[in-house]
Design a protein around this ligand. Structure first.
Ligand code: AVJ
Length: 321
């Protein structure tokens, strides 16, 4: 890295991210509809709980996307082109990425993640599995505009699996796709995993599992605020609540206060009425055509769509237009 460029070191980055967390929490809880950004679910405990969610019988997206990727791997690799420069948003839990890396043999692989720890772990294990692969991890919050330092000369492809795009509102997803389109350039491509609209009962079960793992995942956000910001949330006084909102086309997750209560975060005190909620996540679902339209407005043509036999999940192959 050139000495002239002012890039923050790991310590500065960690401090900036901690300050961002605090600001986002205080700002979110000050709103009339209290809300917290879902990107903060994934501390070490939250990442473990999310991995447990992915193994749940009710939670179909992960295993369905893995199956689609396995089934159509050679087609997907042909679509993206062997030897491309691959940028992934998020580090994922590995299986899909490993399949793709083995089939694609990218010139360079650049995982982008907000968590330096998650990135370091991924780089270590991927480095062992793919000793010849050049890996350039990028610690960054991809929900904001970011610059990718060095792509090389190969064709640019963005991989965005896991239906993470569902966490964004359609307007935010549009902006995000446009940013990705600018990054990959005129010959670029994108592979995006998108959860499909379906029977609301199936969706409901996926976010209200019988073992309560999703509830624990949701409540861990309050535990994290206690741990990192010294707050005094009593987790027994909040309950996980998730439902499908058919008009908006999204699952909403909330934490509902079971009593009138006050919570302190440092010098700030927040009041909760019995029944009042903190909105913690949206998970938008798109039909194939809806997502095609969204991509088209951002300068992409959905050239390929791979789905499973039960049409639970879609993997879109987008080409720059
Ligand atoms: C990682 C955003 C795709 O929305 O299904 C799982 C997160 N939340 N269970 C999703 C999640 C509750 C997940 N995404």
């Amino acid at each position: 890295m050139a000495g002239k460029q002012r890039r923050p070191g790991p310590q500065q980055l960690a401090a900036a991210l901690a300050a961002g967390f605090r600001r986002d929490v205080l700002e979110g809880l000050a709103r009339p509809q209290k809300a917290l950004p879902p990107k903060y679910f994934y501390d070490a405990a939250g990442s473990r709980l999310f991995e447990a969610i992915c193994r749940l019988r009710e939670y179909y997206p992960t295993r369905t996307e893995v199956r689609i990727t396995q089934t159509y791997l050679s087609e997907i690799a042909r679509f993206a082109t062997r030897g491309c420069a691959l940028l992934e948003y998020g580090t994922g839990e590995g299986i899909k990425t490993r399949l793709l890396l083995r089939a694609l043999k990218p010139e360079v692989y650049m995982p982008v993640d907000i968590s330096a720890d998650a990135l370091a772990g991924a780089v270590k294990s991927l480095g062992r599995a793919f000793p010849a692969l050049e890996i350039r991890p990028i610690v960054a919050d991809f929900s904001r505009p970011l610059e990718i330092p060095a792509w090389g000369r190969a064709r640019r492809v963005v991989y965005f699996p896991g239906s993470t795009i569902g966490n964004l509102s359609p307007e935010e997803a549009h902006a995000f796709l446009k940013m990705s389109r600018a990054q990959v350039g005129p010959r670029g491509a994108m592979i995006v995993g998108v959860d499909l609209k379906k029977d609301a009962n199936v969706l409901h079960a996926a976010y209200n599992d019988a073992k309560g793992v999703t509830a624990a995942f949701n409540l861990n956000l309050l535990a994290r605020i206690n741990r990192e910001l010294g707050a005094d949330f009593d987790l027994r006084r909040f309950r996980h609540y998730a439902f499908y909102n058919p008009l908006a086309g999204r699952i909403e997750m909330h934490l509902v206060s079971l009593v009138d209560q006050a919570v302190d975060i440092g010098d700030y005190r927040f009041f909760f009425q019995r029944g009042e909620s903190i909105h913690t996540e949206n998970s938008y679902k798109y039909t194939v055509d809806e997502f095609r339209e969204l991509a088209a407005q951002a300068g992409f043509r959905s050239a390929k769509v791979w789905t499973d036999a039960r049409t639970l999940f879609a993997v879109h192959g987008l080409l720059a237009t």
